[in-house]
Design a protein around this ligand. Structure first.
Ligand code: ZN
Length: 472
């Protein structure tokens, strides 16, 4: 199996595919798979461009939208991880991976997949210590802060990748594993990139999480991008036989070393299609409870804790997941557009980015029985909108109270109340002091309700409950 590995793609898909076809002509051998190590820039339209963390002068539509719209078709199976220059709103639709265009598959926050029996793992984003323990709280439209933090890797994904057992053939990350330069020709690297010196000396060049993963798995190959130069290294296992061949590639520009062809022996009995990895699916299933879409520090289970802390699945656990997938692990070809593609003829395409639930993720989550982070975010969003409605309702209520029409309001309310004995008699004229708005809000915050689906009477009921428990 011949694999083309690309560094940063930076939206230049047409050039990359043309280059691959040139190589095929020269070598007279087909290339079966293209792997891109991030900065893919899968911008479908101008709205997606707004979600990319780059200065305005670099916000170029490039060529991905042609593959999204169907104007062009990717000539070979293409898989990629996310980097730090991405249409983050689009990638967020596919947290567990999915087709961004026909024949082009994004691996999600993290993933393990197989093609012809070759096992490929990947982690999207770059490492920043301050966001490392946060939940996946970001949602479009992004703020100045979340447009960047959205692509910072989280401990959940590293924890999940560490649960994998067995050999991994290829591992993909956008930023380099930290300390990797000392396993290659550091001097030569510094000749081309002298400004790496301080970072190398301080061991701040690259991601410590990636090096942890590398030394956990020692995959046969590790490919990265991000630093826009070619660099190779050999990382031997300290007390074992395994060796990882590390290769970083440049970005796609003329005369740059952005493509590498790798030839790997695959299982000849298997088709070169994209398949889920059963062990990875099972890890996702077993660790679903660790997913958070909130800000704040989230710890992963560890040795000192009470519950399970190793989620490497048993044969039985894997068998249960295999059943869920009806014994068929081939990734379904279920690409569908979720927004309109860019049209160069149309001037007015200035929409605001919004959170979208992608049907591919819904289908995947339903089959596996796990949560879609976007659905969880949507629930929080709805309850916040409801909170705003609630405040508006409250001010209406207060003005009603001011006009001394107390009994009418609360008799109506009491029709929704199971326990009607606490009503008007406990409310005095200073009602607004008894029931400050903050208290209502915190009460609503603490409940796990999906606000939109709830009739108003229930909200009153909950609010009353809060009045009574706080005043009696
Ligand atoms: Zn790049």
């Amino acid at each position: 199996m011949r694999i083309a590995v690309e560094g940063c793609a930076h939206g230049e898909l047409e050039i990359i595919y043309d280059t691959i076809q040139e190589i095929e002509k020269v070598d007279r051998k087909k290339i079966d798979l293209l792997i891109c190590c991030g900065d893919f820039q899968s911008t479908r339209n101008l709205c997606d461009l707004k979600c990319m963390a780059v200065p305005d002068k670099y916000k170029d539509m490039c060529t991905f939208y042609k593959y999204y719209s169907g104007e062009k078709i990717a000539p070979l199976l293409t898989i990629f991880i996310g980097g730090n220059h991405e249409a983050s709103n689009y990638l967020q639709e596919l947290p567990y991976g999915g087709w961004v265009a026909p024949n082009i598959y994004y691996l999600g926050y993290a993933n393990v997949i197989t093609v012809g029996g070759i096992r490929i793992a990947g982690i999207s984003g770059i490492y920043k210590s301050h966001d490392w323990m946060q939940g996946h709280h970001e949602k479009p439209p992004y703020t100045k802060s979340t447009i960047r933090s959205v692509y910072h890797i989280r401990n959940l994904e590293i924890f999940r990748l560490k649960q994998i057992s067995g050999n991994i053939d290829i591992f993909l990350s956008h930023d380099w594993p930290s300390g990797v330069t000392k396993y290659g020709d550091e001097n030569k690297l510094l000749k081309g990139k002298p400004y790496f010196k301080t970072d190398i000396e301080n061991n701040t060049l690259g991601s410590p999480a990636n090096m942890e993963l590398l030394k956990h798995h020692y995959p046969s190959y590790w490919f990265s991008a991000h630093l826009h130069c070619k660099f190779a290294a050999l990382i031997p296992e300290k007390d074992g036989p395994r060796v990882t061949k590390f290769l970083a590639l440049d970005k796609c520009l003329p005369k740059r070393k952005f493509l590498q062809i790798v030839e790997l022996k695959h299982n000849q009995n298997l088709p070169l299609t994209l398949n889920y990895d059963l062990e990875w699916l099972t890890v996702l299933y077993l660790t679903n409870h660790l997913l958070s879409v909130k800000t704040g520090i989230h710890y992963m289970p560890g040795q000192g804790g009470n519950g399970r802390w190793i989620y490497t699945p048993t044969t039985e656990e894997k068998e249960n997941v295999l059943k869920r997938f009806n014994y068929d692990l081939q990734v379904p070809m279920n690409f569908a557009q979720t927004v309109k593609p860019y049209d160069p003829e149309l001037m007015d395409q200035n929409e605001t980015p919004k959170l979208i639930i992608n049907n591919q993720t819904t289908q995947f989550c339903n089959t596996l029985g796990i949560d879609d982070p976007s659905v969880l975010l949507q629930i929080i969003l709805n309850s916040k909108e409801d909170k705003v409605n609630e405040t508006i309702m409250e001010s209406t209520l207060e003005s009603t109270l001011e006009s001394s029409d107390i009994s009418v309001t609360f008799e109506e309310d009491s029709t929704c109340e199971d326990n009607t004995k606490h009503t008007i008699n406990i409310i005095d004229e200073n009602f607004s002091n008894v029931l400050p708005i903050e208290r209502i809000e915190s009460d609503l915050n603490s409940s796990n309700h999906i606000a939109r689906a709830e009739p108003n009477c229930k909200k009153f009921k909950r609010r009353n409950c809060s009045i009574y428990s706080n005043t009696l």
